[in-house]
Design a protein around this ligand. Structure first.
Ligand code: SF4
Ligand code: SF4
Length: 153
């Protein structure tokens, strides 16, 4: 070791040069959730249960999505539509309860492919928020069904 190596000055200067050079490079981190990263068009995020053009829920609780789901993340309870509910559900049968466990879901998209009614889709711009509570990851109809106003726009 020569004198300069013994006082570590070249190593310190080299390290500081690398550090300072990074100050002027493009930042690779995002301040999530305030700042969101652009998602790919094929990104599969949170599910949405769609309505038709009249605002009626498309899902008929046929159960094919639950059958196709490899993670067994989907559960539902079917019910019969009454005459006073004609404006709410497109067909005679509907899902009174529809839940997806986002802790089990692997976002494979098979539920979307299996659905014969084009009722369920995975959105490419939404993902489940972090939480300490398991119950926050059980998404019911209140969080899955498309808002009526949104479907009309
Ligand atoms: S995306 Fe895949 S794992 Fe998630 S609910 Fe649908 S079928 Fe199941
Ligand atoms: S989302 Fe589609 S596949 Fe699943 S129960 Fe409803 S209609 Fe059937």
């Amino acid at each position: 070791m020569n004198f300069w190596e013994r006082i570590y000055l070249p190593a310190i200067i080299k390290g500081m040069t690398i550090t300072i050079s990074h100050l002027f490079k493009r930042k690779v981190t995002y301040q999530y959730p305030e700042q969101k990263r652009p998602m790919s068009d094929v990104f599969r995020g949170l599910h949405i249960l769609k309505r038709d053009d009249e605002g009626k829920e498309r899902c008929t609780a046929c159960g094919l999505c639950a059958l196709a789901c490899p993670a067994e993340a989907i559960t539902m309870t079917a019910a019969e539509r009454t005459s006073s509910e004609l404006h709410l559900y497109r067909e005679e049968k509907y899902a009174a309860v529809y839940e997806i466990n986002m802790l089990r879901c692997i976002f494979c998209g098979l539920c979307e492919e299996a659905c014969p009614k084009a009722a369920i889709f995975l959105q490419n711009d939404k993902m489940a928020q972090a939480s300490y509570e398991r119950s926050d990851f059980i998404f019911g109809k209140d969080r899955l069904v498309e808002p009526f106003l949104q479907s009309k726009s």
